[in-house]
Ligand binder design. Structure first.
Ligand SMILES: [Zn+2]
Length: 134
């Protein structure tokens, strides 16, 4: 199998983000370094069928390079929440796709809600598609 990085062109990118310092609780804007991986027009030479299938499923994404920032208020270093270390480019703007919606619904269902009048045949966790990383 070809390394996934061969399917992408890489470009560094700086993005602003707001983070709250866990020490002083102040929120600040930070310039975070990312690398943008844009899918190439076609799979590299020598790609076999498996590589081509993998290539077809890939999406452009951003990978965060910075793991921590220095608080602008108190000067302490703190870690950026790790769940924000990868973003798909198509999630940055426009309408979310089905998979994103499902994830959001899943996240929202963690909120306490009024009990539904009728119970669904199956709890959502049995019917929801897995969106795990492969
Ligand atoms: Zn601070």
């Amino acid at each position: 199998m070809i390394d996934e990085r061969a399917f992408f062109t890489e470009k560094p990118e700086t993005r602003q983000a707001r983070y709250q310092c866990p020490k002083c609780r102040r929120t600040g804007e930070y310039n975070i370094r990312w690398v943008r991986r844009s899918k190439k027009d076609k799979p590299p030479a020598g790609a076999d069928e498996g590589d081509r299938a993998k290539f077809a499923k890939l999406r452009d994404y951003l990978l965060r390079l910075d793991d921590e920032v220095t608080c602008k208020a108190c000067g302490k270093r703190f870690e950026i929440p790790s769940q924000h270390s990868l973003m798909f480019v198509d999630q940055l703007g426009g309408l979310p796709n089905d998979e994103d919606l499902e994830r959001e619904i899943g996240a929202a269902s963690g909120e306490p809600e009024r009990a539904p009048e009728t119970k669904p045949a199956l709890p959502a966790r049995f019917t929801r598609k897995s969106s795990g990383w492969k």
